[in-house]
Design a protein around this ligand. Sequence first.
Ligand code: AMP
Ligand code: ZN
Length: 114
Amino acid sequence: MEKCIFCEIAAKRIESQIVYEDEKVVAFKDIHPQAPVHILIIPKKHIAGVTSLEEADNELIGHMVLVTQQLAKDFSVYQCGFRLVVNSGPDAGQAVNHLHLHLLGGRRLKWPPG
Ligand code: AMP
Ligand code: ZN
C-alpha cells in the first residue's frame, strides 16, 4: 500500500499541528482550513473511510464523535455551533483515504453545502 499521509501524521513521522491525542485518536488542524476552526479527527488505526467501517469499529467511531465535544469547547465553538463532516467517495470529494471527521466552525456555515 502507498504511504497513507494520515497514518504518517498519527505516527508523527510527518509534521502537523496536533491539538488532541489519546490512545485511539489524533486531532490536528487542517492544512487548508475552510473555516476559522477546521480540525480533523482521525483514528490511529488505518480505516480507509466510512464505507470500510465494521461492527467492531462501533466504539471507536462513537469515541471520535465524543472527542469533538471537548474540541468544540477548547476552540470556543461549543455554544455558537459547529459542523461535523465526513466525505465519502468521489462525489463528496474525499481526498484522503483514511477516515476523518472534519470539525468546522467559527463562522456561519452555509446549508446545504455546495
Ligand atoms: P477530504 O476531502 O474529506 O478527504 O479531506 C481531506 C482534508 O485533509 C482536506 O481538508 C485537506 O486540506 C486535509 N489535509 C491533507 N493533507 C494534510 C496535512 N498534511 N495536514 C493537515 N491536513 C491535511
Ligand atoms: Zn492511514
